[in-house]
Design a protein around this ligand. Sequence first.
Ligand SMILES: [Mg+2]
Length: 402
Amino acid sequence: MNRSRRKFLKAVAAVTAMSSQLKDLQTASHAEQARKKSIGKIKTIETFTQGPVSIVRVRTDSGAEGCGQIAPFNADISALVLHRQIAPHVLGKDPADIDSIVDRCIEANYKFPWSYVCRALAGVDTALWDLRGKAENKSVCELLGGKPRPIAVYGSSMSRDIKPADEADRLARLKDTRGFRAFKIRIGKVCGHDQDQWPGRTEALVPAVRKAIGDDVSLLVDANSCYTPAKAIEVGKMLEDYSVRHFEEPCPYWELEWTAQVAAALNVPVAGGEQDNDLAQWRRMIRMHAVDIVQPDICYVGGLTRAMRVAAMAADAKLPCVPHSANVSMVSVFTLHTLGAIPNAGPFMEFSIEPTDWTTQLYEPALNVQDGKVAIPDGPGWGVTVNPKWLAKAERGVSEHR
Ligand SMILES: [Mg+2]
């Protein structure tokens, strides 16, 4: 074969390869267009409110739908905020554009920063993730790059009125019956200005629980904004004597410099951030190393999209992320999927041990602790179905695109 023929054949091969690449690209873009067409535009946003919780259902004009949840407590107020201040920026949009929808909702409400806007936005954001998962027949965990599997949880006590001996007994029982390998207990008093729930409770509780659960089970504590730095450091040294591995919200959470001072002085890792919903504040908090363990609440921070941004900031700073999930409403489902996917997931997810009637019968399948682990629901989207009977009893609100 002469040189010019070889050159010609090479050129033909290159053109053929290019054309097949081009075809692939065109097929992909046609598939993308077809997918967008089949998902349609956001047509309705419904809220279903009952007691402290409000479920959100988003539907498109092609009938695709997804369910999410507003942050629990005062959910009726958040639902009102959703219809009035969030829905106008969401209706008519492409549900695949979750990031830009979320950012638009925050910026459009710049005169009403954070709390209720973020609580309401979380409902829409988590419904859009469910919708996307169902459209792609993947769990949210898979959409984020993870795989559904059992996740280790810590049994989280919410009680400060319980006596040290009773707390120690019930945690030891839960260790035996449910296989928990970690527990969190409450110390000090909520926003307590250095006071205890009653004098001596914390000093009695920590050793009693450590003795009851044994040295091979992890012990975590939460001070819920109780202490000034000096007192937090004093309490922290005592916690170190009992090998506590997580000291949560030692100081009023808005006092970042106080918390940073405590984190720098102690060996026990300081955790925090559940109330923080301003991503710039998160950036500052992580940059100044106020906490060693990062705990955004997916519902308080404005949904999964924003919680993932916090998790990414933490990963860049080489800090573990353990989202706050203090009740067994859908926030625990969202948190399971997230922990199944992020590379900097902490060793245990928070799982409440307090029975709450407002979360039972809310969705199926219910989450169960077995051998100290809870399985990530593995169906498409969040992998759970909100109970139709629960929806029927709830107060419905709707915003519609016209
Ligand atoms: Mg906490």
